[in-house]
Write a protein that binds this ligand. Structure first.
Ligand code: PEP
Ligand code: MN
Length: 340
C-alpha cells in the first residue's frame, strides 16, 4: 500500500501514521519529499488490506491510501506519480532535458578513447560511455580491457569533465567499478541476475538497467524493483532492442517501451539505438525518434574508426556522423518542448 500524506502534514502526524502502519504489520519505507511525504507500506498486513486502507485514509493528515496490485511497488507510478530524476554531477536525467551519452562501445586504447571523448564532448554530449568489462556472446571476441579500461575512462573524465557510464558484470567487481564509474550499467544479459541486482541495490551510485533482450516490460520493472527495494533509488532504464523474428536489424528497437514505462512507472528511460539496430546507418534517425517519443536521452556508440573497432563497429557511428547528428537532434528535441 502507498500512503500519500497531505502536503501540510506535520512530523508528528507522519510519525503517527508510520506507527499505525507498523502495528498493522507493514514494513515502512517513507520518502520525505519536498512537497509531501509518501510512505510505502510493504509486507502482509494483519487484516484485509482494503479495510486497512480505509482505516489509514481516516487518519488525520492522510490524503490517500492506494493499494498496489502490481508485482512492483517502488518502481510504480502509484508510489511516485511524478517522474523521478537521477542526478550525476551537473547532469540531470529525467527532467525536461534530453541527455546524450556517447562514446565507444568498448575502451580499446588510450588514443581511441581520448579521441572519441574529446569529440563527443566538443559536439555536446554530457555523459561518456565506454565498456571496460564486456559481456560477449562469443568467448573468442574481445572481452574488454578490464581495470586498465576503467583507468582510461577516469583519465577521459579528468580531461573532458564528462561523467562516465560503464558496465559492471558481476558482484565481485562492483567495488572496483564503483571506484571509477559515475553511472553503473547493467547489461541486457544481466537484467535477471538477481544476485547482482540485490548487491547493486546496496551501493550509492546511479544505475542504468538495460532491458533483457527477451524481457517483458513487467519483468524489467521488477528487476528495477530489486535495486530500489535494496535502497538505491537512482535507477534509470534503457531500452536496447528486443529479440523478434527479424534478422536484418540486430534487435528490434521497441520505442513504444518508453510510453509503456511512462504509463506504469516514474523511472527515466534512455534509448540505445546502437544495440537496438546494429546498424550505424539507422542510429541518427532512431536518436531523433527517441526524442520524439519522449525518452530522457540516448546512449550512442561513437568510434574514431568503426571499421577497425574491436567490438560493435557496424553499429558505431563516426565522429563526423556524430557531429552532424547533434544539431539535427537538438532541433527535434526542441520541437517537442525539451532542451539539450
Ligand atoms: C553495450 O552497451 O555495449 C552492451 C553490451 O549493451 P547490451 O547489454 O544492451 O547488449
Ligand atoms: Mn556495444
Amino acid at each position: 500500500m502507498i500512503v500519500i500524506m497531505q502536503a501540510d502534514a506535520s512530523k508528528e502526524q507522519i510519525g503517527e501514521v508510520e506507527g499505525a502502519l507498523q502495528e498493522w504489520g507493514y514494513e515502512i519505507h517513507p520518502i520525505y519529499g519536498v512537497e509531501r511525504t509518501v510512505i510505502a507500506a510493504v509486507g502482509a498486513p494483519t487484516q484485509d488490506e482494503a479495510r486497512v486502507a480505509e482505516q489509514v485514509e481516516s487518519l488525520p493528515s492522510v490524503e490517500r491510501a492506494v493499494l498496489i496490485l502490481k508485482p512492483y511497488r517502488f518502481a510504480s507510478k502509484e508510489f511516485r506519480p511524478e517522474k523521478s530524476q537521477v542526478k550525476v554531477g551537473d547532469v540531470v536525467i529525467g527532467d525536461n532535458s534530453f541527455v546524450m551519452m556517447a562514446g565507444p562501445c568498448t575502451v580499446e586504447s588510450e588514443e581511441q578513447l581520448m579521441t572519441a571523448a574529446r569529440a563527443v564532448k566538443a559536439a555536446g554530449a554530457t555523459v561518456l560511455r565506454g565498456g571496460a568489462y564486456k559481456p560477449s556472446t562469443s568467448p573468442y571476441s574481445f572481452q574488454g580491457m578490464g581495470e586498465e579500461g576503467l583507468k582510461l575512462l577516469a583519465q577521459a573524465r579528468a580531461e573532458t569533465g564528462l561523467p562516465v557510464i560503464t558496465e559492471v558484470m558481476h558482484v565481485g567487481n562492483i567495488d572496483l567499478v564503483c571506484e571509477y564509474a559515475d553511472i553503473l550499467q547493467i547489461g541486457t544479459r544481466n537484467m535477471q541476475n538477481y544476485d547482482l541486482l540485490i548487491e547493486i541495490g546496496k551501493v550509492k551510485k546511479p544505475v542504468m538497467l538495460k532491458r533483457g533482450m527477451s524481457a517483458k516490460i513487467e519483468e524489467w520493472l521488477q528487476a528495477a524493483e530489486y535495486i530500489i527495494k535494496g535502497g538505491n533509488d537512482a535507477v534509470m532504464l534503457c531500452e536496447r532492442g528486443v529479440r523478434t523474428s527479424e534478422t536484418y536489424t540486430r534487435n528490434t528497437l521497441d520505442l513504444s517501451a518508453v510510453l509503456a514505462v511512462r504509463e506504469l512507472s516514474h523511472l527515466p528511460v534512455i534509448i540505445d539505438p546502437s544495440q537496438g539496430t546494429g546498424r550505424s546507418s539507422m542510429v541518427p534517425a532512431m536518436c531523433k525518434a527517441a526524442a520524439a517519443v519522449g525518452a530522457d536521452g540516448v546512449l550512442v556508440e561513437v568510434h574514431p574508426n568503426p571499421e577497425k573497432a574491436l567490438k560493435d563497429g557496424a553499429q558505431s557511428i563516426t565522429i563526423p556522423a556524430f557531429e552532424k547528428l547533434m544539431p539535427e537532434l537538438r532541433a527535434v528535441v526542441e520541437a517537442v518542448g525539451r532542451y539539450m
